[in-house]
Design a binder for this molecule. Structure first.
Ligand SMILES: CC(C)(COP(=O)(O)OP(=O)(O)OC[C@H]1O[C@@H](n2cnc3c(N)ncnc32)[C@H](O)[C@@H]1OP(=O)(O)O)[C@@H](O)C(=O)NCCC(=O)NCCS
Length: 182
C-alpha cells in the first residue's frame, strides 16, 4: 500500500491515492501529477490539444474540432491534468442554469498517462470547483465503458442510455457540496 496526493486549483484539494504494487517510476509519476484550472493561455491551448487528440483523432467523435460555444464563454472552467510540467489531461465544466445545475464534460487523459489517477482527480476537481461556485448538482453524459469509473467516484446513473455518433452514452449525476458543507 502506498499513498500520495495531488492538488486541485490554487487553493488545493488533497486527494489520497491508494494502489497496489506500484513501480518506482509509476510512484514518481503519480507524485508529480497535479490537476487545476488552466493558469494561462498556453495551458488553455494544451487543454484543447489533449481534447483534440482524444475526441477528434482517437475517438473521431468530432470531425475537426470538439470546441463549442461553451469554450468561448469566459464563465466556463477549463481544467488541466499535469504529469510533471506536461499537460496530459483535460476536463471542462460550466453552469447550466441559475438553480445550481452544473455540467462537466470533455474528460480526457492521453493514453501514455493513464492509470495514474489523473482521470479520477480531474473528475474530483470538477466536482469540487462546481461546489465551490455554489453548485448543487453536476451532470455528465458518460460513455458507457466509463460508467463504472464514474460510479466509483460517487456518481449515479440517470435516465436511459442514448447514442451519440454511434457511441452509447449514459446520463449521470452527483450532488455538490459547498465549502461551508451545504
Ligand atoms: C476515462 C479516462 C479519463 C480515465 O483516465 P485515467 O487517468 O486512466 O483514470 P484513473 O487512473 O484516474 O483511474 C482511476 C481508477 O479507475 C479505474 N478506471 C479507469 N478507467 C476505467 C473505466 N473505464 N472503467 C472502470 N474503471 C476504470 C482505474 O483502473 C483506476 O483504478 P484504481 O483506483 O483501482 O487504480 C481515460 O481512460 C480517457 O481519457 N479515456 C478516453 C476519453 C474518454 O473516454 N473520456 C470520458 C468520456 S465519458
Amino acid at each position: 500500500m502506498w499513498r500520495t496526493s495531488s492538488a486541485c486549483g490554487p487553493e488545493g484539494v488533497q486527494t489520497p491515492k491508494v494502489a497496489a504494487a506500484p513501480s518506482a517510476r509509476r510512484l514518481e509519476l503519480v507524485r508529480e501529477s497535479v490537476v487545476r484550472p488552466v493558469a494561462d493561455r498556453r495551458e488553455l491551448a494544451a487543454h484543447f490539444e489533449v481534447r483534440r487528440r482524444i475526441f477528434v483523432e482517437a475517438q473521431q467523435l468530432f470531425e475537426r474540432d470538439d470546441r463549442d460555444a461553451y469554450d468561448d464563454d469566459p464563465a466556463t472552467l477549463h481544467v488541466v491534468g499535469l504529469a510533471g510540467a506536461e499537460v496530459v489531461g483535460a476536463v471542462r465544466l460550466y453552469r447550466l442554469d441559475g438553480r445550481g445545475l452544473w455540467k462537466g464534460d470533455r474528460l480526457a487523459v492521453l493514453p501514455r498517462s493513464r492509470a495514474l489517477q489523473l482521470g479520477a482527480d480531474l473528475v474530483r476537481c470538477a466536482v469540487q470547483l462546481a461546489g465551490e461556485a455554489g453548485g448543487i448538482r453536476m451532470v455528465a453524459t458518460v460513455q458507457a465503458p466509463n460508467v463504472r469509473f464514474f460510479e466509483r467516484l460517487g456518481w449515479c446513473q440517470t435516465g436511459p442510455r442514448t447514442l451519440f455518433h454511434d457511441v452509447e452514452h449514459q446520463g449521470m449525476e452527483i450532488p455538490l457540496t459547498s465549502p461551508s458543507g451545504g
